[in-house]
Design a protein around this ligand. Structure first.
Ligand code: GLC
Ligand code: CA
Length: 541
């Protein structure tokens, strides 16, 4: 029991339905206000009932939590607040016993400044670990940290600067150093031996910098490094998904079938529609989202690549909020988005909270925020903007939006079922209205819809393995597509916000298709009239 069953084929990757889980905010089992591994263990049946078959755990390693675990102090130890190594094994076995895969987060661009490597490295230029990090006598460029401020930080003991692409407490590892690469390989192997089935690789394109052209990421040795890390005989079959900002050319290299680099990457074009300043109100349309999806469906299909289907993650405000569903259509919009994304060709990734239609909270005080990036934003703007302005920017674009605890119950007591104690971060401001229990019992339940949708995907080889074809043509305000495998077809119709009469696709014949899924109780088969965010999914007989 417990041994890895990680060897599954590339085709089988398309059978995955992954749930991204933010352990800190999932369920607190011991009343310290922090979600933990035993909390997750308690909810394994819940996850199975939802219909996912893999869980990606955001980092659970020992960490001072400057960046909630994305600053790792020991890659082989479980953070105390999350539990013990025995708890980890119990969770792993619980997942495997239910036929679910375990995907761990690997943070290899940087360590925590409290990692022993850095503790040693910073003491002396001659320390054997010094070269594990990136140093300069004076900053060689004006690179900015992704969280704001210079990416170079002075270190008194060696009279040098070190590079940190993220927080000051997250020094970048020097991948030019073969010892660093070896250490990372050993960490991968360690977790594979612990029965882990795959990895999500944090900001992986940052591991190679381009000092010549001054680009902080996707440097000249990126592919060599990834190939060396995962292209080995022991690891080439692993499921790996990289967080990389990838163009189509990059994706061919990094996720190409024969390349032995990654299984797939997260492609962010639809997320990037929000524009360069995420703190401003978003102005993108669903039409634009559709265009991005079609482009990538076609590209990944033509090139035999695996695409990832996601709307949300722990760094993003809820996509549902970004699309402006209005007050009346939260259920309809949530279920339409789920249909639009998760019946496409690729691997669905759900983020916790989506399954009950969670939306962004609205807070009025900086005290309600925790994220390192938010704190940085606050400090940089507090002299020029009112706290009201700052907080409203954070409500719009901050990362805490999706990091608030799951509201399990409708009763306010015990932080809506999340914890016996005060949670590490306040719950969603709207938890009384939007919570799992209420949603489950509602006539229009997002949760029930997700269950049906995921069950459909699980039961349909056409949806999992079939080809994609856009059928939208010149219809406006909607997305129509077909999935096909041999003679079998599935046709998906997603209407956007406006009520309208749609010309049904020619292929959709009454005598050869049947309606298999809608998000309204009273949708008439083959009806052309679509209400706001109404969907209809048909299957060939
Ligand atoms: C990734 C993570 C994010 C983290 C950053 C630095 O973008 O998703 O949460 O802050 O990398 O590790
Ligand atoms: Ca706890």
């Amino acid at each position: 029991m417990g041994a890895s069953n990680y060897i599954f084929s590339r085709d089988e990757f398309l059978d995955l339905i992954v749930y991204e889980l933010y352990p800190r905010s999932f369920l607190d089992s011991n009343g310290d206000g922090i979600g933990d591994l035993n909390g997750i263990f308690e909810k394994l049946d819940y996850l199975q009932e939802l219909g996912v078959n893999a869980v990606w755990l955001c980092p659970i390693y020992k960490s001072p939590n400057k960046d909630n675990g994305y600053d790792v102090a020991d890659y082989r130890e479980i953070a105390k607040e999350f539990g013990s190594f025995a708890d980890f094994k119990r969770l792993r076995d619980g997942l495997h016993a239910r036929g679910m895969k375990l995907i761990m987060d690997l943070v290899f661009n940087h360590t925590s400044s409290e990692h022993t490597w850095f503790q040693q490295a910073k003491t002396d230029r001659n320390n054997p670990y010094h070269d594990y990090y990136i140093w300069a006598d004076t900053p060689p460029n004006d690179w900015k940290s992704c969280f704001g401020g210079s990416a170079w930080e002075y270190n008194e003991a060696t009279k040098e600067y070190y590079l940190h692409s993220f927080a000051i407490e997250q020094p970048d590892l020097n991948w030019e150093n073969p010892s660093v690469r070896k250490e990372c390989q050993k960490i991968v192997d360690f977790w594979v031996q612990q029965g882990v089935d795959g990895f999500r690789c944090d900001v992986l394109d940052f591991i190679s910098k381009d000092f010549k052209t001054g680009k902080m990421y996707a440097g000249p040795r990126l592919h060599e490094y990834i190939h060396e890390l995962f292209g080995r005989r022991e690891t080439e079959k692993l499921f790996t998904v990289g967080e990389c900002q990838s163009s189509d050319k990059e994706m061919l290299l990094i996720a190409g079938k024969e390349r032995k680099e990654l299984s797939t990457v997260f492609q962010f074009d639809h997320i990037n529609l929000i524009g360069l300043n995420k703190y401003l109100p978003h102005a993108f349309t669903l039409e634009e989202v559709k265009n991005v999806l079609v482009k990538w469906q076609n590209f990944t299909q033509e090139n035999d690549l695996i695409y990832t289907l996601f709307t949300d993650n722990h760094d993003q405000p809820y996509f549902l909020s970004k699309t402006g569903y209005g007050d009346d259509y939260r259920y309809e919009c949530a279920t339409m988005l789920a249909t639009m994304f998760y019946l496409l060709r690729g691997i669905p990734f759900l983020y916790q909270g989506q399954e009950y239609g969670a939306v962004n909270p609205v807070y009025s005080s900086i005290e309600d925020f925790r994220d390192v990036e938010a704190m940085r934003y606050y400090n940089e703007h507090k002299n020029t903007e009112s706290s009201k302005q700052i907080v409203s920017a954070l409500n719009q674009g901050g990362r805490d939006n999706a990091r608030r605890p799951i509201a399990w119950t409708k009763n306010k007591a015990n932080a809506h079922g999340f914890s016996q104690e005060t949670p590490w971060i306040p719950l969603h401001s709207c938890a009384e209205e939007i919570n799992l229990e209420r949603d489950k019992n509602a006539e229009k339940s997002v949760w029930e819809f997700y269950r049906k949708l995921l069950a459909l995907r699980k039961s349909s080889t056409v949806i999992r393995r079939g080809s994609f074809c856009d059928l939208t043509e010149n219809r406006q305000g909607c997305f129509l597509y077909e999935r096909a495998l041999g003679e079998k077809k599935v046709i998906v119709i997603c209407n956007f916000e406006n009520r309208q009469t749609l010309l049904l696709p020619n292929a959709l014949q009454q005598n050869t298709f049947r309606l298999i899924l809608t998000n309204h109780a009273d949708t008439l088969p083959f009806s052309k009239d679509f209400r706001p965010f109404e969907i209809a999914v048909y299957e060939s007989l």
